[in-house]
Design a protein around this ligand. Sequence first.
Ligand code: AMP
Length: 285
Amino acid sequence: MEICETIGATRAATHAARQAGRRISLVPTMGALHEGHLSLVRIAKAQSDFVVVSIFVNPLQFGPTEDLAKYPRTFERDRRMLEQAGADLIFAPTPGEMYPVPPATYVNVEGMSERLDGASRPGHFRGVTTVVAKLFHIVEPDLAVFGQKDAAQVAIIRRMVRDSNFPLAIVAGPIVREPDGLAMSSRNAYLNAEQRQQALVLSRALGQMQQAFHQGERSADRLIDAGTAVFRETPAVRVDYVCVVDPDSLEAIAEIKSSALVAVAAYVGTTRLIDNIVLTASGKS
Ligand code: AMP
């Protein structure tokens, strides 16, 4: 497994792989890897023959009061995990390599980027799409794999790819959870034992909404009420949003006809966690 810190070295390695006829995949991450990330690497491996994993804590997607400085950085452990998982190349640039001067050029998916997390994290998705566009230009992958854990992110990136004709496929991997239902996240490391228990309210609220849906409830407002009631049982957790939206446009929907993305975000202490499920009227979700 090769480790590249520069754009030039990464381009040279991916160019050589392409010349050798290999299909290239990219799994963008911010490191502090867990089983959720590794599941994406396995999907990438199954669908390509040269897997690039980027590790970059992207300053552009953090707000001024967010956790950029304290975001966990565990490169040596990440390297071992990726080696074991069979990745071919880690691209781990410094902020200076990615942004030698503060960028004046941004990629922004208008409208969608202001929804869900974009509403409470202004500029977040613009930071994500800008760095992902850069990664796509650097690696030029045939496919890129993202986690359904960040459902809004996947929808926004799909739209960016479609609008700007990026020549690659976007693949979404299912959410990997802890045995008790908590969606895996690098930010779970911030939680103390009590908060770790409280954090279960996110998946519990989604479960309640899913159950109501399966019992025939199609009104978004009533589903949101059902989810909100579960959150109320754990007042230490502060809800950011409980949303029922169209999975592609991220626009709120009033009545679920075919499918809906049900997404929640909440603060457990100062840690902001997100989770979601997709409900489909065919019964599968
Ligand atoms: P991050 O390092 O948090 O930026 O995440 C990198 C990629 O891993 C993103 O595409 C995430 O959606 C994905 N990811 C994070 N957590 C999970 C999870 N629990 N299950 C599946 N994918 C995940």
